[in-house]
Write a protein that binds this ligand. Structure first.
Ligand code: TPP
Ligand code: MG
Length: 578
């Protein structure tokens, strides 16, 4: 009997190393899931909401760098994937979504569950095609997979349900679709022009992002040659911060004053593999060199006179021999000293004071950091858990930190953890969840149980959408709609068959975390943490509010304002000059 289209799809996925598919079945997808069942080699990771399937695929792809797959049935089934796919696409991780569709003959007649997936998914994908006839399928699937891998993004293959069951074209043999390794670097002329600028500069600062993955040696060698402080964007943290004497912390809305300062005071800026979005944080009037393998990304945030198209690794390797090694360390010394002071203040906040109840979230994050495995994978919810992860988790080149850093969606931590754990069953995976974030995809606790995924969930249970409160207060708006009247999450976890512990006093935190981490299965620790507080100056004009948002967010998030008084003054001066 001839193989069906679905069987061929499964064989292509298998040949390319896919080991699991996240999703929820449904009539139009049944042909595909049945082919998986009969084959038996690819695991069906059954989630409770398709959004979690897409986030899980994003988490897996972020961890492995290889293609991860999710699937949804027609109409609402695949519509639910969409937010997680936006996350994957914007994080530039390779994900394939199989979107089942209504029968071909019904397309266009407002049939039951009809949508137009190839239009809906256009914006969150690098490739999205409808399969109209079975003969398209082996090729369309391979093109989709290769596009996802090479362009690093989401590919969507839309398949009407009956097509899965059609006979596949004869004689098809799957070819593994994998990333083709390459060397990508600018030409010598572009590098020489950049070398001239950098050799003439005396205060170079490097802004480093996730494009520094796999290029730690090159980053350090470049910083050493230029005596340049290295600031990082959030997604760069896991690749930049460790073993780095040039580190001056993070910049951005939840960044450190030292990161901002090092950018502000440079006389040349070198951007390495970063799409850091906030234009207000860039220095003015200095030459900017930007290295990015995707040339179209260059110059989006700041005027870039010196674009270098290439990977950070290959470009820096080619640039280094052209640079004169600098000896003047004045800029570097000032910025690293500033960073040490900022760091010391942050660390002081993470100490348990008088056995606080509710607990300081800083202390919770620092304790997670202390107790987690040297190769742990952390995921962090958008909201204040991101702040604590950015500040208190130590990376070491082996640990990983996965989040919705570009798309900024709530509720990412648990489903990202599902994908990371499914991809690396033996590794410790710790989700830093907000109480708002956890509740948003609460059903995924049941996925942990059903799929035997030993994820450790730590809930920063502050009874609020605290990050939003911070934004409101910083903008001079009265907080509204941010209270959360939560149930006992530990009891919910226990009822779902997980290990559950509730922590209300600091002295109980370590024992609870140790027990959860040692538990041979999924566990949840519900920690009663303090809401963030921010006091406002008494009266603000609209112009001040605009400037103040930036100032206050940075100040408050630094934990203590002192170090930032100067920065605040700068901001308020700017506002006053408006
Ligand atoms: C899907 C989605 N909805 C709304 C927002 C806006 N938002 C950003 S952070 C946040 C609050 C998160 O609350 P919680 O998970 O409790 O974390 P907390 O900041 O309280 O620690 C909200 C509502 C968002 N980013 N994503
Ligand atoms: Mg909260």
């Amino acid at each position: 009997m001839a193989a069906t289209v679905a069987e061929v799809m499964v064989s292509i996925l298998k040949a390319s190393g896919v080991r699991q598919v996240y999703g929820i079945p449904g009539d139009s997808l049944n042909g595909f899931t049945d082919a998986m069942r009969r084959d038996g080699d690819i695991a069906w990771q059954h989630v409770r909401h398709e959004e979690a399937a897409a986030f899980a695929a994003a988490g897996e792809a972020a961890l492995t760098g290889e293609l991860a797959v999710c699937a949804g049935s027609c109409g609402p089934g695949n519509l639910h994937l969409i937010n997680g796919l936006f996350d994957a696409n914007r994080s530039r991780v390779p994900v394939l979504a199989v979107a089942a569709h209504i029968p071909r003959v019904e397309i266009g007649d407002t049939y039951f569950q009809e949508t137009h997936p190839q239009e809906l998914f256009r914006e969150c994908s690098v490739y999205c095609e409808l399969v109209s006839v079975p003969e398209q399928l082996p090729r369309v699937l391979e093109i989709a997979m290769r596009t996802a891998l090479q362009r690093r993004g989401v590919a969507v293959v839309v398949v009407p349900g009956e097509v899965f069951l059609d006979p596949a074209p004869d004689g098809y043999k799957p070819v593994p679709v994998r990333v083709a390794p390459s060397i990508v670097r600018p030409d010598d002329g572009s590098l020489a022009a950049v070398a001239t600028v950098l050799n003439d500069a005396s205060r170079v600062t490097i802004l480093a992002g996730a494009g520094c993955a796999g290029a730690h040696d090159q980053l350090i060698a470049l910083a050493s040659a230029l005596k340049a402080p290295v600031v990082h964007a959030f997604r760069g943290k896991e690749f930049v911060e460790y073993d780095n004497p040039y580190d001056v912390g993070m910049t951005g809305l939840i960044g450190f004053s030292s990161g901002y300062r090092a950018m502000e005071h440079c006389d040349s800026l070198v951007m390495l593999g970063t799409d850091f979005p906030y234009r207000d944080f860039f220095p003015e009037g200095v030459p900017v060199v930007q290295v990015d393998v995707r040339g179209e990304q260059i110059g989006r945030r700041v005027a870039v006179e010196y674009p270098l198209v290439g990977t950070v690794k290959d470009t820096v390797d080619a640039l280094l021999p052209m640079l004169t090694v600098k000896t003047d360390t004045a800029h570097l010394d000032t910025m690293t000293a500033h960073y040490r002071r900022a760091r010391a203040r942050l660390d002081k906040l993470a100490v348990d004071k008088r056995n606080a109840s509710p607990l300081h979230p800083q202390y919770v994050a620092a304790t997670i950091d202390k107790l987690a495995a040297p190769d742990a994978v952390f995921t962090a919810d958008v909201g204040s858990p991101c702040i604590w992860a950015a500040r208190y988790l130590h990376m070491n080149g082996t640990r990983r930190l996965i989040g919705s850093f570009n798309h900024g969606s709530m509720a990412n931590a648990l489903p990202h953890a599902i994908g990371a754990q499914a991809a690396a069953p033996g590794r410790q995976v710790v989700a830093l969840s907000g109480d708002g974030g956890l509740a948003m995809l609460l059903g995924e606790l049941i996925t942990l149980r059903q799929q035997h995924l030993p994820v450790k969930v730590v809930v920063f249970n502050n009874g609020a959408l605290a990050f939003v409160e911070l934004e409101m207060k910083a903008a001079g708006i009265v907080t509204y709609g941010t209270d959360l009247d939560n149930p006992d999450f530990a009891a919910i976890a226990t009822a779902a068959g997980l290990f559950g512990a509730r922590v209300e006093k600091a002295e109980d935190l370590e024992p609870a975390l140790r027990a959860a981490f040692a538990h041979d299965g999924a566990a949840l620790v519900d920690v009663h943490t303090a809401r963030l507080e921010l006091s406002l100056p008494p009266k603000l004009t609209y112009g001040q509010i605009k400037g103040f948002t930036l100032y206050a967010t940075r100040t408050v998030l630094a934990g203590e304002g002192n170090e930032l008084v100067e920065l605040a003054k700068t901001n308020l001066r700017e506002v006053a000059a408006e």
